[in-house]
Design a protein around this ligand. Structure first.
Ligand code: GAR
Length: 316
């Protein structure tokens, strides 16, 4: 199975980036690093990444507006084909536009047990507070600084006589282990059938009058007391595939889609030409596209009365 493509953003030393990079060398690691980018051309981590054969990009943020700079970085991430972004000591506040573009696809590592000690000087603050433990957290990046859902944490005991530096050095060991493990789990969940079904379910049941039943052993979405507009198939007849089946919107659409991307689209057995299979287990599913396909499929089968309601809703 193809590995998930991850870009790493750094500002300096890049030891967390190195930990991610070396973990990615294991054959069974579900991600690969496709780019290491920095907002400081002198960031030491760039040299290491380049020596390991990873493409690098550097651009100073100096003199640029935040959103302008973020656009430059965003363009590089997309050019590299990144599907996820890992912030690793990237000491920049991010523009809301940049964060929105990587919604639920960008992780950060922070040297504290969040929600404690967001921002800077985390080690000093934990020592000053007399905490028994400091630690590190990996979280999903949202618009608020160090605020997104925490995915995993490692507590690290504070020793008598610890200075911010001695504590930071021990936490860094924990960071290096926590980040690669958490990133691997995070990118892996997108191939897990339960997670994929939840994504489909959320989008399908958001459509007017939609309900879910089981049909031919598959979760199936239809209009209440009406026709079906989507099926979720998971290893059906042992085919090993997790996919969504939706109605085609034109007679030749199935063939066109298969021709455009034969890995992703297929003709579902027993469903004829009216339905299209869309693989969800390739690791790079565009969920906006899936929501659009579900809506288009719903529109194919919705009774006129409901379509009228949709037209009205669309005007707002
Ligand atoms: C790490 O300790 C990381 O947790 C921290 O900067 C250090 C970067 O080291 N990040 C933050 O404080 C983000 N708010 P590295 O460049 O060697 O990975």
């Amino acid at each position: 199975m193809a590995k998930a493509k991850v870009a790493v953003l750094i500002s300096g030393r890049g030891s967390n980036m190195a930990a991610l990079l070396y973990a990615a060398k294991a054959a069974d690691c579900p991600y690969e690093i496709v780019l290491v980018a920095a907002n400081d051309p002198d960031a030491a981590g760039l040299t290491l990444a380049a020596a390991e054969g990873i493409p690098t990009f550097a651009h100073s943020h100096k003199g640029l507006k935040r959103a302008e700079f973020d656009q430059i970085i965003d363009a590089q991430l997309r050019r590299a084909g990144a599907h996820f972004v890992a912030l690793a000591g990237y000491m920049r506040l991010l523009s809301p536009e940049f964060v929105a573009g990587w919604d639920n696809r960008m992780l950060n590592i922070h040297p504290s047990l969040l929600p404690l000690y967001k921002g800077l000087d985390t080690h000093q603050r934990a020592i000053d507070a007399g905490d028994s433990h400091a630690g590190c957290s990996v979280h999903v990046v949202t618009a608020e600084l160090d605020d997104g859902p925490v995915l995993a944490q490692t507590p690290v005991a504070i020793l008598p006589g610890d200075t911010p530096d001695s504590l930071a050095a021990r936490i860094l060991i924990a960071e290096h282990q926590l980040y690669s493990r958490t990133l691997a789990e995070f990118v892996g969940r997108e191939r897990h059938p339960d997670w994929l079904l939840n994504q489909v379910r959320e989008a399908a049941l958001a459509l007017p009058q939609a309900d879910e039943i089981v049909s031919h052993g598959m979760p199936c979405f239809g209009i209440v007391k009406g026709k079906k507009f989507a099926y979720f198939t998971r290893n059906h007849h042992g085919d090993g595939i997790t996919a969504l089946l939706v109605k085609a919107t034109a007679p030749d659409e199935q063939a066109m889609l298969i021709e455009s991307d034969a890995e992703r689209y297929y003709r579902p057995a027993y469903f004829g030409d009216e339905w299209v299979g869309i693989r969800l287990d390739l690791g790079d599913t565009d969920w906006d596209h899936i929501a659009g396909r579900l809506r288009a499929s719903w529109l194919q089968v919705a009774p006129k009365k409901l379509l009228g309601l949709m037209d009205i809703a669309d005007q707002f």
